[in-house]
Design a protein around this ligand. Structure first.
Ligand code: SAM
Length: 281
């Protein structure tokens, strides 16, 4: 039996049956358009051996589209009613048992996903999209690529390059793990309820690690400090760490970085160069 997708009428019917009133606090805007789900799956380039992790499957519209492309999906859903309904919806739509595993948990609290996941594909809950994405990249190194739908403003920040207005903590930290590409925008009309923000798709492809875990932690600390005081020059921002701005200036110059610039013009590789310099001390 082939797998059929969810339509708008059926989504509303399931929601009514569950007496579900979409919660803003959980970012519950469900995609009611099957074409959008198929487009996301195409962009993610899923092949049959892939084990896809979906965070926030909701009523299952994207989940079913994923299960048309692979027979291994792990869906992590915080809402108990949605998590318990999902296997029934999947079975009703022709999904064979064993193809879908559902974890009823806050994605931030999941440390183990059995069976080496290879891709992340999700319409992320908007209020936690950046921490969820960064956490998944950190905890599950077997995930090598993926596509996430997020608020357009967040998508632009994730994909921003040094020197641009939108470059910030999410851009620099995401770039530690992967190359991030801003893809298509998604119309508000494909959601129920219709959100009051625009959405876009972001594709990411993991690259070689820039260093070990200790270096990553130090680099992320430097990034947080730099963007915590955006208007200050680097030598002032890092004077605490180096015990004075003169010493910070010397250290920055030793790795070829102008101490009078601001964090917003530094790539993650440059932040990592400062972290390495600190390690040598
Ligand atoms: N994937 C579905 C779709 O496209 O129709 C639903 C996407 S909706 C934007 C976000 C989903 O994430 C909701 O089902 C919500 O309950 C769930 N969610 C919210 N916070 C979560 C968390 N911390 N961990 C796991 N799921 C979460």
């Amino acid at each position: 039996m082939s797998i059929s997708l969810l339509g708008a009428a059926e989504i509303r019917e399931i929601a009514e049956r569950l007496d579900l009133h979409p919660a803003k606090s959980l970012g519950q805007n469900f995609v009611v358009d099957a074409n959008t789900c198929q487009k996301i799956v195409r962009l993610a380039v899923i092949s049959h051996g892939d084990h896809v992790v979906e965070i926030g499957p909701g009523l299952g519209s994207l989940t079913l589209a994923l299960l048309q492309a692979t027979d291994k999906v792990t869906a992590i859903e915080i809402d108990e009613r949605l998590a318990s309904q999902l296997p029934h919806t999947a079975a009703d739509h022709g999904v064979t048992s064993g193809a879908l595993s559902v974890i009823n948990e806050d994605a931030m609290k999941v440390f183990d996903i059995p069976g080496n996941p290879t891709k992340l594909v999700a319409n992320l809950p908007y209020n936690v999209s950046v921490p969820v994405l960064l956490t998944v990249l950190e905890r599950f190194p077997s995930i090598t690529s993926g596509v996430v739908m997020v608020q357009t403003e967040v998508a632009e920040r994730l994909a921003a390059k040094p020197g641009s207005k939108t470059y910030g903590v999410p851009s620099a930290k995401a770039a530690w793990w992967c190359d991030v590409l801003l893809s298509d925008s998604v119309s508000r009309t494909v959601f129920w309820p219709v959100p009051n923000v625009d959405s876009s798709l972001v594709k990411f492809i993991r690259h070689q690690p820039l260093g070990d875990e200790a270096l990553r932690r130090r680099t992320f600390d430097l990034i947080d400090r730099a963007f915590g005081q955006r208007r200050k020059m680097l030598r002032a921002i890092y004077s605490d760490i180096y015990g004075g701005s003169g010493e910070a200036e010397r250290a920055l110059l030793s790795v070829g970085i102008d101490p009078t610039i601001r964090g917003e013009s530094l790539s993650v590789q440059r932040f990592a160069a400062i972290a390495k310099e600190l390690d040598r001390r």
